[in-house]
Design a protein around this ligand. Structure first.
Ligand code: ADP
Ligand code: MG
Length: 702
């Protein structure tokens, strides 16, 4: 019944049905039921007229209608009425529907609802909702009236919030006699344990709440349901990957790994790095495919961990790959991997969009023949013509740029035996997001910085304080250190639009005047340069031949120049928190004091101010990502858009973290006792998961 098409509902018909489908994606009864109110008009309490001010929010008052007057003529004609309760009186005002107003009964008791405003220096309510207080109305309990999202097009078809209320009511009238057939999807024992209402009761409770308490518990049930089934899906998917998909067994820790550890490693690994490598080793030896997310703040030393994992794969006779989000970062990885691999006798290849022609052809042949041990590249590496002889492990340096989709594609490279996957992210993911968008992965965290790191001193300065900034730059450069200056990208794509380069170029002119040659040398890097030029400028900076590197966000990810001690971010208000944090992480790798200066204009939105303040106050990546999530909501956090798992109707991973945690724990508990949901009491869940498999992905339930 709930899957019945919406046009069969009383009061809908084809034209309205079409509009509902197009505008709100509502095709079925169930989808209409899930069009939950986004707020409620509180009609459970009455205001006193003496308390009403012209800037009050919506008010509801009960009283007697007094005089009705008609004022003015023609187009200026309007009607007023005096409405009085025991505390005072207020004016009601109409410009339209005047004939109808004349039918109101002077002296009768009414309920008036509306938003107060000022007209002719008097507080009044324009076009109020006004209903006669009949004997029957007096008996009815007051309510929280639902307000529904709608669109201009729907309003044109009489589907404003009132219109939607009407068809919603029709729907409930239709399904109410059949309510016992509406399947409960959470088993009874769970509802009892959690003291949550049944499914139908909650639907009623959310569209027609008796009171605040009834509304809250109904919402809680629906939110729990949304989180709970997502958790079941991701946990089942993870369980299936673990047990269902066989993984290569990397049995040994071999020569290359030991050689590197004993001869090439220049420092002691942090305890966190050691712990994470152990977690990875256990995964790789388990016989199941590894799907692990490695979180670690910028500069926490993920690269070494990735490299040592690759060595385990190579020691066991497999090829490995390291995937980076940008060309520059791939280059950077290539040079640091080459350095780390010195003397280990490894063949390392680079595959990016700019490797073309003969070179590319030869590389692909080598790869297919199994002659390449480590292939480093951008996502060119997962395009179809790329064939490995025996790919055993892929490390994806995600930095929040690759989506879940790319990750999934990687597995298909070897159809029979998918490679192990290690995804690394530099911006810590808030716990709630890790549990949802990344919930199908195992998570390792490097929560410790290499010794000697000092927090980067961060300042927020306005354009008018630029001289101070120049002074700071000169001081750092005099100490033999280097400085980054980063400009925001205006255009979405690095290769379109001139404006990004314009800002940078104007800045460059200014810098040339302030930091003249030959005393100072400046590198400049942007998206419209040829890759070779870009590389040359970057290299000059990396070698210390230039003291200042000016760039658009191309250097956002992964660049590693330990001698750089100052990061200046221009128009910092245009960057999101995650990006700012990433950029700041480019400095302070040399062990000494490091600085970040955020330059903004005077005019800052509340949002912008909050971002600057957060950056100045903390260098803790987790705190910053929590703030970011609060500010932008989960849908806008990079890397989550494509995942499609965050499309909750009601639940909100920022507000409802508590419910999410409980849903996850209970889902875990149930699956540990009944991994395939085969116990009779769990049948409702299995049935629902299977029924929604097509629309909700993930759940590959056998
Ligand atoms: P990220 O996690 O941002 O990728 P990197 O792997 O680039 O960080 O490491 C940042 C810097 O810290 C590198 O120069 C690296 O050599 C150094 N490093 C990593 N681990 C340690 C350690 N245990 N002790 C000292 N320095 C380390
Ligand atoms: Mg890195």
């Amino acid at each position: 019944m709930l899957n019945t098409s919406i046009e069969y509902l009383k009061g809908v018909g084809t034209s309205k049905a079409d509009a509902l489908k197009r505008e709100l994606g509502i095709f079925t009864y169930l989808q209409l039921l899930q069009h939950y109110p986004f707020r409620y008009v509180d009609k459970t309490r009455f205001h006193k007229i003496k308390d009403i001010k012209d800037d009050s929010e919506y008010v509801q008052i009960k009283g007697i209608l007094r005089r009705i007057n008609s004022i003015g003529d023609g187009r200026k004609k309007r009607m007023t009425a005096v409405f009085r309760d025991e505390t005072g009186s207020i004016e009601l005002l109409w410009f339209k529907g005047l004939r109808w107003v004349q039918n109101l009964q002077v002296g009768a008791e009414y309920i008036v609802y509306g938003k107060p405003s000022t007209f002719n220096n008097r507080t009044n309510i324009v076009h109020p909702d006004i209903t006669l207080l009949t004997e029957e109305k007096k008996k009815n309990a007051p309510t929280l009236d639902p307000v529904y999202h709608t669109t201009e097009k729907l309003k044109g078809k009489w589907l404003d919030t009132k219109g939607i209320s009407t068809i919603m009511k029709n729907l409930f009238i239709k399904i109410h006699p059949h309510r016992h057939q509406i399947p409960e999807i959470i088993p009874a024992y769970l509802l009892e344990r959690l003291r949550l209402p049944g499914r139908y009761t909650s639907l009623i409770g959310i569209h027609y709440p008796r009171d605040k308490a009834a509304l809250d518990i109904s919402k809680k049930r629906i939110k729990f349901e949304e989180f709970f089934f997502l958790q079941l899906r991701v946990l089942l998917s993870r369980q299936q990957k673990k047990t269902g998909i066989r993984g290569f067994v990397f049995k040994i820790i071999g020569d290359k790994f030991n050689d590197f550890y004993n001869n090439n490693l220049e420092f002691e690994l942090t305890n966190a790095q050691k712990r994470v490598i152990k977690e990875i080793r256990i995964d790789l030896g388990s016989g199941h495919q590894m799907n692990r997310l490695l979180q670690g703040d910028v500069g926490s030393g993920k690269t070494i961990v990735a490299f040592m994992s690759l060595l385990i794969g190579i020691d066991n006779g497999f090829q490995t790959a390291l995937m980076a989000p940008t060309e520059i970062l791939a280059q950077q990885h290539l040079s640091s991997v080459k350095e780390m691999a010195e003397g280990l006798d490894l063949t390392i290849g680079l595959l990016t969009g700019t490797v073309k022609g003969k070179k590319r052809k030869y590389l692909l042949e080598q790869l297919e023949a199994g002659e390449i041990d480590i292939l480093i590249g951008t996502h060119a590496l997962i395009e179809d013509p790329v064939i490995f002889k025996n790919l055993g492990l892929v490390v994806v340096d995600e930095q929040h740029r690759f989506g879940v989709v790319q990750r999934a594609r990687m597995w298909r490279k070897n159809v029979v035996n998918p490679p192990h996957i290690l995804v690394m992210t530099a911006t810590p993911i808030p716990r709630t997001l890790a549990m949802t968008a990344y919930g199908d992965l195992d998570v390792s965290v490097i929560d410790e910085m290499p010794p000697g790191r000092k927090p980067i001193k961060t300042f927020h300065k306005f354009e008018s304080q630029r001289l101070w900034t120049f002074g700071q730059m000169k001081r750092e450069i005099a100490k033999g250190h280097q400085v980054y200056i980063v400009y925001p990208l205006i255009e979405e794509s690095e290769y379109e639009g001139l404006s990004e380069v314009k800002d940078l170029m104007v800045g460059y002119e200014v810098m040339l005047r302030e930091f003249p040659r030959p005393e100072y040398q400046i590198s400049i890097v942007h998206g419209r340069q040829k890759p070779a030029d870009k590389k040359m400028e970057m290299d000059r900076f990396a070698r210390g031949e230039t003291q200042i590197l000016m760039a658009t966000t191309v250097i956002e990810v992964g660049v590693n120049v330990p001698n750089a001690s100052m990061m200046i971010i221009e128009n910092a208000e245009r960057f999101g928190l995650a990006q700012l944090h990433q950029l700041r992480g480019r400095v302070g790798r040399g062990g000494g004091d490091a600085y970040c200066i955020l330059m903004t204009g005077f005019k800052l939105s509340a949002d912008g101010r909050f971002r600057m303040q957060t950056m100045v106050e903390t260098t803790d990546g987790f705190k910053i990502s929590e703030a970011d999530l609060k500010l932008r909501g989960p849908g806008n956090i990079e890397g989550t858009q494509q995942s499609g798992v965050l499309n909750f109707k009601l639940a909100d991973i920022v507000q409802d973290g508590e419910i999410l945690r409980s849903a996850r724990n209970i889902a875990k508990e149930i699956l540990s006792e009944d991994p395939k949901l085969q116990k009779p009491e769990n049948a409702p869940m299995l049935k629902y998961l299977n029924a929604t498999r097509k629309t909700h992905g993930f759940g590959l339930i056998s």
